[in-house]
Design a protein around this ligand. Structure first.
Ligand code: NAP
Length: 259
């Protein structure tokens, strides 16, 4: 049904583990050359090794998305390695907990810096290369937390994820004349290393609140991101797609029990 993406090139920030690695795997399986990033060189190398047999070539660059210079370095590497850049997945993110009464200016700056400013920096760095491709695709990993839901300790995180959605609507307008689309995937609770670090109680609580009865997989998010990257999705821009097994739907805990 969809035209092949074989031979296209994508950057996936935070592709060294979790959802980003899942997006990288899905794209590489579709023949897309993928450049993954993360701050830890060890994790980047491990992910590149794990994805070495995919049809698309996967390589890495250790980089911090809070640094505009690092973001330029990642884009330059992708263009040099593959002759151009077609897709950017702005996925790198952190979700440390801090309740309002304890939240320091540094906590706030860190979460907004990685999740929101990091999204903007990698996209800014890629603009010229994406325009040159003639069919640029930007896919942002937001969240249901912030745009739809709340969770104690995550007021700064939720704000950063909602900020991404405010950003994509105007970015989509500015970039439409260049044939670049800008869309967002909003994951529910997805089984990643980061989620495991939240603890078993958190994961059990979340599983119980999902009508589908399971946590999401990184492939669930990879497939949604892949759709936005297709040629056929070229008329879809400024939109957000919730991928959460129905988690935001129940009006109450009893509603789940009555399913
Ligand atoms: P994860 O397992 O903790 O992975 C996070 C990735 O981002 C790692 O590759 C990490 O590598 C990278 N990263 C973190 N800070 C970075 C920085 N400053 N510069 C570059 N890379 C950085 O997290 P995840 O669960 O996959 O989450 C990925 C995205 O999905 C985030 O945007 C998150 O908000 C969103 N999300 C996740 C869930 C979920 O249930 N898991 C739900 C909704 C939304 P390094 O640490 O080595 O830098």
């Amino acid at each position: 049904m969809f035209q092949s993406l074989q031979g296209r090139t994508a950057i996936v920030t935070g592709g060294s583990r979790g959802i980003g690695r899942g997006i990288a795997e899905t794209f590489a399986a579709a023949g897309v050359n993928v450049v993954i990033t993360g701050r830890s060189q060890v994790d980047v190398d491990a992910a590149v090794t794990a994805l070495a047999d995919a049809p698309g070539k996967v390589s890495g660059v250790a980089a911090d998305v809070t640094s505009p210079d690092d973001c330029k370095k990642v884009v330059a590497a992708a263009v040099e390695r593959h002759g151009g850049l077609d897709i950017v997945c702005a996925n790198a993110g952190i979700f440390p907990s801090a309740r309002l009464e304890d939240m320091t200016p540094e906590d706030l700056e860190e979460v907004l810096g990685v999740n929101f400013k990091g999204t903007v920096y990698i996209i800014q760095a890629a603009l010229s290369a994406l325009a040159d491709s003639g069919h640029g695709r930007i896919v942002v990993t937001s969240s249901i937390t912030g745009p739809f839901t709340g969770y104690p300790g995550w007021s700064h995180y939720g704000a950063s994820k909602a900020a991404q959605l405010g950003f994509i609507r105007t970015a989509a307008m500015e970039l439409a004349p260049k044939n670049i689309t800008v869309n967002a995937v909003l994951p529910g609770n997805i089984m990643t290393e980061g989620l495991v670090e939240m603890g078993q109680d958190y994961m059990d609580q979340m599983t119980a609140s999902v009508p589908a009865g399971r946590l999401g997989t990184v492939a669930d998010i990879g497939n949604a991101a892949l759709f936005f990257a297709t040629e056929e999705a070229g008329y879809v821009t400024g939109q957000s797609l919730v991928v959460d097994g129905g988690q935001i739907l129940p009006e109450s805990q009893a509603a789940i029990a009555e399913q």
